[in-house]
Design a protein around this ligand. Sequence first.
Ligand SMILES: Cc1cc2nc3c(=O)[nH]c(=O)nc-3n(C[C@H](O)[C@H](O)[C@H](O)COP(=O)(O)OP(=O)(O)OC[C@H]3O[C@@H](n4cnc5c(N)ncnc54)[C@H](O)[C@@H]3O)c2cc1C
Length: 351
Amino acid sequence: MLSGPWKQRLIYYANSGTNHKLPMRNSLDSPRTILGREITQTKNMNLSFSFQNKIKGEIFYDEMMSKYTSMKIGGPADVFVLPANLKDLQIILRHRGNSPIWTIGEGTNLLIRDRGIRGIVISLKNCFKSIKRPVFYKTSNGQNRALVQVDGGVKLSYLAKYVARYGLKGIESLVGIPGSVGGSITMNAGAEGTEVSQVLRSIKIMTLDGEIKVFNKDEIKFAYRKATFPSKGGIIIEADLDLEKGKITDIHSSMDKHLSRRSSTQPLTMPNSGSIFKNPLGDKAGRLIESSGLKGCRIGGASVSIKHANFIVNKGNATATDVINLIKHIKTVVKEKSGTQLEQEIIVIGQ
Ligand SMILES: Cc1cc2nc3c(=O)[nH]c(=O)nc-3n(C[C@H](O)[C@H](O)[C@H](O)COP(=O)(O)OP(=O)(O)OC[C@H]3O[C@@H](n4cnc5c(N)ncnc54)[C@H](O)[C@@H]3O)c2cc1C
């Protein structure tokens, strides 16, 4: 049994980073420990990742993903990286070895399972946050428009308010969508008949090999809440939008209307992930769930919202398993009662 300075040194190594090999956990439920003391250090923990000393951004190990999802659910990610800039992102992707990569934006459309994510999760929370001043132009038929270059980590709601200041319209109905620009393009997010793809001109992606590629809108396949890129994966770092000139006051009042409609119809004070199911053609998932008598239906800590039946809310202690079981239950009951097979909008990842 070690004691005194050696014990202290081992604990110091565990918490500060060292060339010594660190012990592995037996299972996800048992934290890494040295001499019975839990290792809390978040940097330099796993030396197999050669990018850890090369980047300016932050790296966390076994970071709970519940901190980064709007549903406040999600187990630990093996490695969670917050790159500080483009160079960091490139270094991470080029030095990741065989580790799978997962990208997280604002985490507003993600359900991460309770045992978390094996691999590297990259969050754009600390980078890719700028919007370039709009460049105005006139079309051949005399219409005033502008191109706006925006980074993938910018919040869509912030972008909508930013362009409104220049009297640019086209995304005012998306102002209440809480996701990032990158996540919104990946999901082809939309509201009130407008989808992100309608105003998109091109995107800049960093491929999983760290290459930068630009794709024009016509190279991307858009569908309802879905986009497929020619690069088969990659991280959206920038997008060019093409917006129409309108009247500032009209755009602001339209945004106010959209925001107040959301706060009166959606359970915005409780953790949720927006619509759980896609709307079936010609119908609304919320209407089908409500008419199946499922409003308020609860499994564990997950409950169908009383305010909006297509929302599942976390009542405080919900697990991903609770949500998944509730989703299965809703699908079964709606199929039985209406004959409609609901399709999930929310993306489920992890173990
Ligand atoms: C209250 C509430 C209301 C909502 N209302 C709407 C609505 O009206 N319409 C609608 O369409 N959605 C809505 N949503 C869902 C969600 O906000 C959108 O789908 C949003 O576009 C997701 O963006 P995100 O950054 O949160 O993505 P995340 O949830 O973090 O990720 C979603 C997917 O995008 C990928 N991704 C994220 N960022 C990038 C990136 N930079 N590059 C490549 N891939 C990336 C992820 O890997 C994942 O596959 C709502 C959600 C909530 C909580």
